[in-house]
Design a protein around this ligand. Structure first.
Ligand SMILES: Cc1cc2nc3c(=O)[nH]c(=O)nc-3n(C[C@H](O)[C@H](O)[C@H](O)COP(=O)(O)OP(=O)(O)OC[C@H]3O[C@@H](n4cnc5c(N)ncnc54)[C@H](O)[C@@H]3O)c2cc1C
Ligand code: SF4
Length: 548
């Protein structure tokens, strides 16, 4: 490859990677503490919010702490939860769990139904008003080091062709250098993954666990809309040994957000999270909500599920992990945005204090030492056994035991201590020869849909002539193992139809339709050989979610 020109470097006090709730909360807090702190946020989406996909019912604890006056302002937080329901589903049956048996921490009373993307857009406005520089359309692709100290990040080059050669529109990436760099990339951050390895941040911790969340936004008939209703289910269409469940949130303007999460430690390579989601919508409890409605948007994103046991060491010389890059998601509550904001605030406070003391490029020990006794630690501690119990005992017994454990933890103790998760998700697939293929019904085009028409609604767009952003380390292994042993699960777990095994002159060929990728990160997590690595494509590429 031709030698590229040197990158221009700019110095800041704090560089933040990712404009999600964690990154934006950190940026705002830094400027609240001192307007003199120079803060920049880079965001790979074409605009803030373009890559944000969440439920979302938010616990306002983070917002209350960051911007206590928000309730008096014009915000995208408009719909209070008024009705909170929890169901167990069989194929045709419905069992509603009475609210009084639910542990208090599961209650959504006082929470709000929002588009997290729109909340981030609003937070970005707040940050900019305080003087934060936000660069949307710029992906951080490289951590910059001085020896073993993180000194910033570099953004990716623009205008490289497929082969890696500069095209006419080539623009070199920038070096954003900082005294402290906060990584807020969300679940399975690409740079976060490199930092975990470089600084062995996950040594002595349980492996991180993940789920894949798929979501659609619908405009439903006014007669079917129940503003403020929040509904969760578990059970059908998943079998007892596969973890996951649904959410269905009625926002304002006749909008309903419906989604399905599949835990990525499932075993059957024939399982398709996308098709499970489509099937779920045909259940008698939910089908009627969508009859006569219009699907407006679709998307998917991985979420972290390891919780307390899997949180890595958060700090290293020159920086820290915040939000879901660190894995602060609360699985039974399906909530992570509050902890994302709280962790951004904590890291910002540690960084601001360090800067005020004239420090730079060292370890923000206050953040690492403080999170367990903070509201984040308390939130995650009480639910730490929910996921391992579900994985170990299956849905019915696992949820019953998990519920018991949530109750006892509310009272201050657990019968189980702290349970381990065991293996990482990529190791849980069984060879196809030990599993039964699953026959999914064909989409009806009104309630259920195929992948490509769904991806269309994610407004995903990538420059086609650019280096591949889905890197297969060993193509021969993909054939001998992913295809021959596991029957090509990538074609089913990818929610955007990126991967296909096609027949080419009698031999299977692995085809990657990278332009469809919605950046959910599932391939990076679930490939049974860890042979696929997701790296950020050219900045601005990927989905353009409107109100997700
Ligand atoms: C289907 C689903 C439903 C959920 N439901 C809820 C819910 O109801 N309530 C709730 O509280 N939580 C929910 N969550 C979890 C919640 O969305 C996350 O906890 C939260 O978004 C984490 O915030 P974050 O800022 O850490 O990361 P994210 O929100 O993922 O934001 C990360 C940002 O960083 C950007 N980025 C990533 N890498 C780079 C890079 N290299 N360079 C530049 N930019 C980069 C991304 O584009 C993105 O904008 C849900 C999650 C999913 C997937
Ligand atoms: S290619 Fe990977 S990251 Fe992209 S949508 Fe498919 S599974 Fe998700």
């Amino acid at each position: 490859m031709a030698e590229l020109p040197a990158r221009e470097a700019t110095e800041f006090d704090v560089v933040i990677v990712g404009a999600g709730p964690a990154g934006l909360a950190a940026a705002i807090r830094l400027k609240q503490l001192s307007r003199d702190i120079a803060v920049v946020v880079v965001e790979k989406g074409s605009e803030v919010g373009a890559h944000i996909l969440s439920g979302a019912v938010i616990d306002p604890i983070g917002l209350d702490r960051l911007l206590p006056e928000w309730r008096g302002e014009d915000t995208p937080v408009k719909t209070a939860v008024t009705d909170d329901r929890f169901y167990y589903l069989s194929e045709t049956g419905t069992l509603r769990l009475p609210n009084f048996i639910m542990p208090p921490l599961m209650s959504n009373h006082g929470n709000f139904i929002v588009s997290l993307g729109n909340l981030c857009r609003w937070l970005a406005g707040k940050a900019e008003a305080l003087g934060v520089e936000i660069y949307p359309g710029f992906a951080a692709t490289e951590v910059l080091y001085d020896g073993d100290v993180v000194v910033g990040v570099a953004t990716g080059d623009m205008g490289l062709g497929k082969s890696g050669k500069p095209k006419e529109n080539f623009t070199r990436g920038m070096e954003l250098r900082a005294k402290y760099t906060l990584f807020a990339e969300g679940a399975r951050g690409n740079l976060g993954k490199q930092l975990l390895a470089k600084f062995a941040l996950d040594r002595g911790r349980e492996p991180q666990k993940f789920g894949l969340g798929l979501k659609e936004l619908w405009q439903v008939s006014p007669g079917k809309h129940r503003r403020g209703l929040v509904q969760h289910s578990f059970g059908w269409p998943l079998g007892n040994s596969t973890g996951g469940g649904s959410f269905l949130y009625h926002l304002d303007d006749n909008l309903v957000s419906v989604g399905f999460v599949v835990h990525l430690n499932y075993a059957n390579p024939y399982l398709s999270p996308f098709e499970e989601f489509q099937r779920f919508k045909t259940h008698p409890l939910v089908r009627e909500t969508f009859a006569g409605g219009k699907r407006l948007a679709y998307g998917a994103r991985a979420l972290t599920e390891g919780g307390y046991q899997s949180v890595p060491k958060l700090v290293f010389p020159g920086g820290a992990l915040i939000g879901c890059d660190a894995g602060f998601m609360n699985v039974p509550r399906i909530k992570g945005s509050h902890n994302a904001m709280l962790s951004g605030i904590m890291a910002a406070e540690a960084a601001a204090a360090a800067l005020a003391a004239g420090r730079a490029h060292d370890v923000l020990a206050e953040y690492e030492e403080g999170w367990r006794s903070s509201p984040i630690g308390k939130d995650l501690w009480r639910v730490r056994n929910a996921k391992p119990l579900w994985s170990k005992f299956g849905t019915v017994a696992g949820i019953a035991l998990g519920g018991l454990d949530l109750w006892t933890n509310t009272l201050g103790f657990s019968l189980f201590g702290t349970l381990a998760h065991g293996a990482a998700d990529y190791a849980s697939l069984k060879p196809a020869s030990e599993c039964t293929p699953i026959a999914y019904p064909k989409p009806d085009g009104t309630i259920t849909f195929d992948r490509l028409s769904s991806v269309f609604l994610s407004n995903t767009n990538h420059e086609e002539d650019q280096p591949p952003h889905l890197k297969v380390k060993d193509p021969a292994l993909q054939k001998s193992s992913e295809h021959d042993v596991f029957a090509g699960p990538s074609a089913r777990y990818c929610p955007a139809g990126v991967y296909e095994w096609v027949d080419e002159a009698g031999a299977p060929k692995f085809v990657i339709n990278a332009q469809n990728c919605v950046h959910c990160k599932t391939c990076d997590i679930k490939d049974p050989n860890q042979n696929i690595t997701w790296v950020p494509p050219e900045g601005g590429g990927g989905p353009n979610y409107p109100n997700m």
